[in-house]
Ligand binder design. Sequence first.
Ligand code: PEP
Ligand code: NA
Ligand code: MN
Length: 607
Amino acid sequence: MTSSSLPGLHPAPTRHARLVAWVEQIAALTKPARVHWCDGSAEEKETLIADLVARGTLTQLDPVKRPGSYHAASDPKDVARVESRTFICSDDAADAGPTNNWADPIEMRDRLDGLFDGCMAGRTMYVVPFSMGPLGSELSALGVEITDSGYVAVSMGIMTRMGAGALEALGEDGTFVPAVHTLGAPLAEGQADVPWPCNEQKWIVHFPETREIWSYGSGYGGNALLGKKCYALRIASVMARDEGWLAEHMLILKLTDPKGRAKYIAAAFPSACGKTNLAMLQPTLPGWKAETVGDDIAWMRFGEDGRLYAVNPEAGFFGVAPGTSRNTNQNAISTLARDTVFTNTALTADGDVWWEGLSKPVPEGLTNWKGQPHDPTSGEPAAHPNARFAAPAHQCPTIAPEWEDPRGVPIDAILFGGRRASAVPLVTEAFDWEHGVFMGSTVASEGTAAAENAVGEIRRDPFAMLPFCGYNMGDYFAHWLTLGAKADAAKLPRIFFVNWFRKDQDGSFVWPGFGENVRVLKWISERLEGEAEAVDTPVGRVPTRQSLDLDGLGLSETALATLLDVDAEVWTEEAGMIPAFYETFGDRLPKALWSQHVALTHRLDAV
Ligand code: PEP
Ligand code: NA
Ligand code: MN
């Protein structure tokens, strides 16, 4: 069959000649059975879902308990992002930097040509136009994902502004990031499908110079929903470098004090440090209100007034289910009440989902994520530890009214953080922007039981962007410094470092966390208003005992000392670990950051 006679390819619902030519070209390469241009309508979603249910990919949940919601069980070998199979194919290896896997772009194109040849045989090729960010916003950008997965098309409908609106925004000549995704599981004539097709081989490939994404072999979230990590972070970080803005792995939160004064806070934490929980925080202090703008990604640009404005480029939350409960995140639980796709959770006997941490005791009669009866004595969890939900952001009870404002929200404070049992205080304010960039560049997080690095061992995750920066992170630090130097210092967001995870001698958490984190946000908000005191320490500005609202917490003086005191000896050791990390960037590491390190050492010596 020639591609011009391929069912569904023509007539294309657009006059964008370059887009149509690209779709024809990918169809000729991948050889699908038919093409479907997604319009994002409710009827289309129904049709896609009916097909996925028929194939066994999706199971409908009880429509009374969980209306419009579905469960998918992945192939057990396709459950998470594959960082080792993720490549940045810049022309020059040095431009990918020491934190990325680089591959030669010419060789990679050759390889992809082979892999993608006929890869969609027997399947429908979906053309999925999408906008990252509110439609029509100057802070938004467009993309088109071609995929042979209906699950991906449905998920993109939740996670992005997908369909006719995005296609219309593209007009006849608009710029878009082309993203090609295949499960890598062609079907021969008459071959039966499996519920979760994928390939043993996985390739998640980015060409930063030509702004292209190619993804092979996985149906899982971050590998397959190409608007998210691949576009909105890896490719967008390169666009942002070239165009003078920021694409960051940050939640966005609106905090309003009892006097009605609102602050917008962006925060970057590595995985498993509670970004979604902070984005949906329920303050324990009376009169304080927290609202959600985004939970994972922030795109930020300076406005004409000199302030930094952020949009959440996504339209949904793709969160980790295990550990999410009424106690840890009631707002997430409410968000998931309907129209949600769950992947690799357990199923209850009465047609609902369950995961570790959701409720006690463990319900009887669970089916585990592998589709087998759950055996509570096996020591195996019923839900995969990386089980996920994909839910529309507008369903979040605390979604901020301005979350889709095309102008974005003006950021007052930027938070960095990690999981650190020792050394790092509850909250530290940077002396200035450059010091804040130094703090961001040294973010580290401890291994948890689930992570590869040993408990107590720290992994550097600068700006929480380690797996997501599409270029040399030395250049990325320089970009942050340049933007700050060009801006009006008085209008820059102030930078803070937070750590909810300090432990005492017995290994117990000292800080209660969750809703009580509002006490730290209160201090930050009052710092911004010029109302809260701080003491200068060698590592930055830390709250005085009186300036932090600790009423009713019953923290001992020892606990307070653990949370707020800076131990020069411990910090000298901390500072001593930075050079080995910085040296990996060679001369791409900005001199100003080396100077920050020297200055920290001098301040510590002076104690
Ligand atoms: C993902 O794995 O697809 C993802 C969104 O990752 P993370 O939770 O690390 O942001
Ligand atoms: Na992941
Ligand atoms: Mn993330």
